[in-house]
Design a protein around this ligand. Structure first.
Ligand code: DGL
Length: 274
């Protein structure tokens, strides 16, 4: 089916970390209507198998496309992008633009010829998928690469520990790992890490380049919508933020990830299926 410019953009994540991406998209594309889905019932994705994440991602994508009639899908989660992007793209057969958060970062990193050694920090599933490493190696084999799984970080941030002593100690412990010695750029390969960007910058005395999935992804999406003739000119409806399980903690943390107060709505996608 042909999409129209006035349809919404569907954005999904394992939980609320992808709100950092949604916020960047709303800043760069304020005229677009966004429908966000955070799969809080199944988070974290970061230590789940690829097959399980693929099944979650397909169900959520079908919901956004079939029920919410979205014109494009943004996988606002590195882990889901690593595990399920190619699968979703193949199932969709090019009918809808599907954007992941990994390719735009890879493009930005390889375009920068001042970088000689790049590091990646991300969930276990993302690091072990080897997807960043493969994509960079294929397009720029001369670029040295190292990767470190940092599984505590997403949970720590989600619990509200950032810009404090606890987050400093955990970040120091990870970033002092010898594997990261000598890097001149670091990929923040998890949507949560946007909240500790300043702390990471401080660790490196602002001496290395940091790449995250906010502006880079929003601008990539903008370019794709432009090319497809799908850029909206005027937003009719408010943005909607669904999550698949509601707790007080999610409500409180949403503001911290999105940067301003938003109303989360519970949508029991999994109960509906069972
Ligand atoms: N937001 C996810 C990502 O970007 C990490 C959180 C999770 O493990 O679900 O990889």
């Amino acid at each position: 089916m042909k999409h129209r410019a006035n349809q919404a953009i569907g954005i999904f994540d394992s939980g609320i970390g992808g709100l950092t991406v949604a916020n960047a998209i709303s800043k760069h594309l304020p005229q677009e209507e966004l429908i966000y889905f955070g799969d809080t019932a199944n988070m974290p994705y970061g230590d789940k198998s690829k097959d399980l994440i693929k099944s979650y991602a397909l169900e959520i994508t079908n919901f956004l496309l079939n029920e919410k009639k979205c014109k494009a899908i943004v996988i606002a989660c590195n882990t889901a992008s690593a595990a399920a992007y190619e699968y979703l793209r193949d199932v969709n057969k090019g009918a809808t633009p599907i954007i992941n958060v990994i390719d735009p970062i890879v493009e930005a990193v390889i375009a920068d010829d001042t970088i000689h050694k790049v590091g990646l920090i991300a969930t276990k599933t993302t690091v072990e998928s080897g997807i960043y490493q493969e994509k960079i190696a294929r397009r720029k084999p001369s670029l040295l690469q190292v990767a470190l799984p940092t599984p505590l970080l997403a949970k720590m941030i989600e619990e509200g520990f950032y810009n404090d002593q606890i987050s400093h100690a955990v970040i120091e412990k990870y970033l002092n790992d010898v594997i990261l010695d000598g890097i001149d750029a670091l990929i923040l390969g998890c949507t949560h890490y946007v909240l500790i960007r300043d702390e990471i910058n401080q660790h490196y005395n602002n001496q290395i380049k940091l790449f995250d999935s906010t502006d880079i992804v929003a601008l990539k999406l903008k370019g794709i919508l432009e090319n497809e003739g799908l850029l909206n000119t005027k937003r009719k409806n408010e943005n909607v933020f669904y999550i698949s399980d509601m707790t007080e903690n999610f409500r409180e943390s949403a503001k911290m990830f999105y940067g301003e107060k938003i109303n989360l709505e519970l949508y029991k996608i999994w109960n509906k299926i069972n």
